[in-house]
Design a protein around this ligand. Structure first.
Ligand SMILES: O=C(O)CCC(=O)C(=O)O
Length: 257
């Protein structure tokens, strides 16, 4: 194993997630937070709606995170040496918003097969225990909700800024409204996929994170050098349009993401 202990591997195998894993330093997490605030201030529409996806294509700070060797060592322990970045999503909950994420399984709507992939949820700010609640503010695209999950059998994942969890495609998970007074920011690599993984619903753009891609199922993209360069925005837009088709496949009406 490159990074995870046998206890952590067992936790992943038994429970479908492993946390906390030390990924970024406090300074590195702050650098990401500052980059979010910089983009929000300079280009207020960019990180809204569909734009919260695939920000690693338009920002070298996010790009550095998805290629971070500590993160990749842990991912390699779960899915093997040949790793692609299949996409990223920002899950931001401001204290005055009613956003939440209903219980769901990623595998149900993401379209990556076989399930040799893992999602890395990276805390950019501290993420504390919250109450679950049913409301209009679901951050998921199409309300892909598992009903009647027994809350008493769920486990909270509490992360400090810079820590991450890894979760399996079939684990049921969700999160409640932010009842604290600070912004809660999760940057989610959704997901790291083995090179043997196909996209069975639509198209996905990828970056090589580690190893070799002998399958060549997906279109590989370049990495950004500066924030918000035109060429990279075009790649991000193409990737997000393709993602939107996957999320809303089979539905007549689109939601807000
Ligand atoms: O950030 C959240 O609250 C949920 C994220 C999520 O559903 C995921 O990472 O798959």
């Amino acid at each position: 194993m490159k990074s995870l202990s046998s206890t952590q591997i067992k936790q992943y195998q038994d429970k479908g997630f492993v946390a906390p894993i030390e990924a970024l330093t406090q300074d590195e997490a702050n650098e990401v937070k500052n980059e979010i605030e910089f983009i929000e201030k300079k280009w207020p529409k960019e990180l809204k709606g569909l734009g919260r996806n695939n920000v690693h294509y338009i920002s070298p700070i996010f790009d550095k995170v998805v290629h971070n060797s500590k993160i990749l060592d842990a991912v390699e322990d779960v899915i093997g040496t040949n790793i692609l970045v299949g996409g990223t999503t920002l899950f931001i909950k401001d204290p005055d918003q009613k956003s939440f994420v209903s219980f769901h399984q990623d595998a149900k709507y993401i379209g990556f097969e076989p399930h040799n992939w893992v999602t890395a949820w990276l805390a950019i700010t501290d993420s504390n225990e919250e109450k679950f609640n049913n409301d209009q503010g679901n951050l998921l695209t199409r309300g892909q909700t598992i009903e009647n999950v027994p809350i008493e059998k769920t486990e909270p994942v509490i992360l400090k800024a810079g820590q991450m969890s890894l979760h399996h495609p079939r684990i049921a998970h969700g999160s409640g409204i932010n009842k604290g007074n600070k912004r809660r920011i999760g940057f989610v690599i959704q997901s790291y996929i083995g090179t043997n993984v196909e996209q069975v619903i639509g198209k996905v753009y990828v970056q090589q994170a580690r190893g070799e891609d002998l399958f060549n199922y997906h279109e590989h993209t370049k990495r950004p050098v500066n924030t918000m360069e035109k060429e990279n925005i075009d790649i991000r837009n193409k990737a997000n349009e393709a993602l939107s088709k996957i999320f809303y496949s089979g539905l007549r009406q689109k939601g807000k993401f």
